[in-house]
Design a protein around this ligand. Structure first.
Ligand code: AQP
Length: 332
């Protein structure tokens, strides 16, 4: 079975539909076919400023949501990044083989630091993709299921793995990027040319899995659609309608073509009304299951302790190997 690794940041109380359709849904599928490691990346979550109590709560919320959407700790390894210290240790080594200019070319850093201002953007935000590379390489992952926004970071991970291997000897598997094309980029409901995002979307642009379903329905009904009245899939000229169709198809396991046929002659209002219903039906049981996990924090902690043990068994072996290759004297 191929090994896969992926992570998600606990940077909001709720995941959004972009996180779910672009990445997490695929995690659930891949636990059946792969040796899957999934991580709530709390070290990443402190790169842009945070509140300690909020972070702790969001980490639990993230784990509960992942279980609620179908991750099964019997079928995958689910853990919290800070429980496995090897992530930070390997990140240091990788940061020493990363060029300053190379890291500076990362678009996510450029975007986020531009928003924060270069004096308030942290060095951690700058080295974020190097920590991400460490996450992936520690587990010798063959593939990394992520949304399109992560492609550049994955390319850096591949470059670092190849560089390390050629400098110090074969150590890391060079992972492939696994992007599910159809849902790689879910866009903002109010600004359908940009991705739906925890940090950048306006409240009306984002569907949160844990928000009041009636609110989600309202947001879909007031989503920005395009000029014209015909329901067509055309990302360039009809990005709003195309985004709604993408979500609709993914949530109902229908193809876009089937939907186009079904909505032939109907209006945007019909599409929105039906999609709103689909979303409400989708999130309601997820919310119930999430609440049940949150109501039993002892059980959640136990699952995470098991996950951390499983993860560490692999992570320590890789870090030991990398340390030896780099020339660190083994402790006596
Ligand atoms: N809009 C999206 N469409 C498809 N996939 C998406 N992902 C995020 N947004 C979309 C994928 O979700 C996974 C988790 O990523 P993350 O924890 O890095 O999430 P994030 O980047 O914090 O989420 P946001 O909303 O994108 O936050 P900002 O904008 O604040 O950074 C990844 O696999 C990602 O591709």
């Amino acid at each position: 079975r191929p090994r896969v690794f992926s992570g998600i940041q606990p940077t909001a109380d709720s995941f959004h539909l972009g996180n779910y359709l672009g990445a997490v849904r695929n995690w659930v599928a891949m636990q059946e076919t792969s040796d899957a490691f999934y991580c709530v990346v709390d070290l990443h979550a402190i790169t842009a400023g945070h509140d300690p109590a909020v972070l702790r709560n969001r980490t639990r919320l993230s784990v509960a949501q992942l279980l609620a959407v179908g991750l099964d700790p019997e079928r995958c390894t689910l853990f919290v990044q800070s429980h496995v210290p090897e992530h930070a240790q390997l990140a240091w080594v990788l940061s020493c083989i990363t060029g300053f200019g190379e890291a500076g070319r990362m678009v996510q850093f450029k975007d986020k630091s531009a928003k924060q201002g270069s004096d308030s953007a942290s060095v951690g935000l700058f080295t974020y993709p190097i920590l991400q590379a460490a996450d992936i390489l520690l587990y010798q992952a063959d593939a990394v299921p992520v949304g399109e926004d992560q492609r550049q970071h994955l390319e850096l991970t591949r470059d670092l793995a190849q560089r390390f291997n050629s400098r110090f000897g074969q150590t890391f598997t060079v992972p492939s990027v696994h992007i599910v094309k159809d849902t790689a980029k879910i866009t903002d409901l109010q600004e359908p040319t940009v991705k739906m995002s925890k940090s950048a979307s306006s409240p009306n642009g984002i569907i949160e899995l844990l928000e009041d379903p009636a609110r989600s329905a309202k947001k879909i009904k007031s989503a920005v659609t395009d000029t014209g009245r015909e329901i067509l899939y055309d990302e360039e000229n009809k990005p709003g309608v195309s985004n709604l169709l993408t979500m609709y198809a993914a949530l109902t396991a229908r193809t876009i073509d089937e939907l186009l046929e079904e909505y032939d002659g109907k209006g945007y209002g019909d599409l929105k009304k039906d999609l709103a219903e689909v979303v409400v039906d989708f999130v309601t049981p997820i919310q119930e299951r999430t609440r049940a996990y949150l109501d039993d924090p002892g059980h959640l902690d136990k699952l995470l302790a098991i996950g951390a043990d499983k993860a560490r068994a692999v992570a320590t072996a890789t870090l030991d190997k990398a340390y030896r290759r780099v020339g660190f004297l083994p402790p006596g």
